[in-house]
Design a protein around this ligand. Sequence first.
Ligand SMILES: NC(=O)c1ccc[n+]([C@@H]2O[C@H](COP(=O)([O-])OP(=O)(O)OC[C@H]3O[C@@H](n4cnc5c(N)ncnc54)[C@H](OP(=O)(O)O)[C@@H]3O)[C@@H](O)[C@H]2O)c1
Length: 243
Amino acid sequence: MTDNKKTVLVTGGTRGIGRALVEHYIKKGWSVISTGRSEEAVKTAQEALPDIKWIACDMARPSQRAEFRKQMNGVPLDLIIHNAGIQQARDYFTPADEAYSVTEETEINFLAPVDLTRSLMDNVRNAGGHVVYITSGLAIAPKQSSPIYCANKAGLRTFVKSLRQQSIMHESGVLITEVIMALVDTDMTRGRGKGKISADEAARQVTDGIEKRCEEIHIGKVKGLMFLRKLMPNLAEKLLIKL
Ligand SMILES: NC(=O)c1ccc[n+]([C@@H]2O[C@H](COP(=O)([O-])OP(=O)(O)OC[C@H]3O[C@@H](n4cnc5c(N)ncnc54)[C@H](OP(=O)(O)O)[C@@H]3O)[C@@H](O)[C@H]2O)c1
């Protein structure tokens, strides 16, 4: 990493929205560090995007997060985007084989960004940097089909609000942003949902909001959801809960 370049860390940059964010910051000339779940995932991503630093870290494993933290020791970070996430369907009335335990899903979606917030605080604070968390419209109005995911994202949203206030109270100089993501056409949403936007368009709106130093960035149809929620909060919930 060269000294005069800004540095961004994007978790989960191998695919989807994270990948589009990585490509954006490469084009902008930033030093980019990104992660994937496994050596294999990172190797494939590295073949396509060789000019950045790729690190394999399974965010569901606290021991791997500790290893990751060691690798980041002393690296100034101007921007961190906590993007890695999974969404699993769960029906508590007809349980099926689930790829992830509740603990794993929560480790990836909630505990990993919270844990890395503390362990990377000096990296970002020393750089007077910016920390961005990707939540979801489902943090505002949950759906029935992925209850743990919705709870994880709602929990992350609450965490971010408290963290932002702490940053202000400490005059830390660290800006804390929540991106409330809409439905995006990625592996996560394959085969379901209508009116999805592309990962490139989602990344464009995210990076635009980051450049404007917004505290909350509402992507695509989330703008409408936030407006509806102000006028008719019950209706907003009713519209999404049956999904
Ligand atoms: N797509 C949507 O409609 C939508 C809507 C609202 C919010 N979001 C949020 O946006 C973010 C990105 O979603 P996406 O749609 O781009 O997902 P995606 O295409 O499925 O990509 C997920 C990314 O997260 C990484 N990841 C998953 N599990 C991991 C683990 N255990 N350890 C490390 N990395 C892991 C993946 O790495 P590997 O390639 O190594 O597996 C991949 O890079 C997520 O936080 C998601 O909740 C998405």
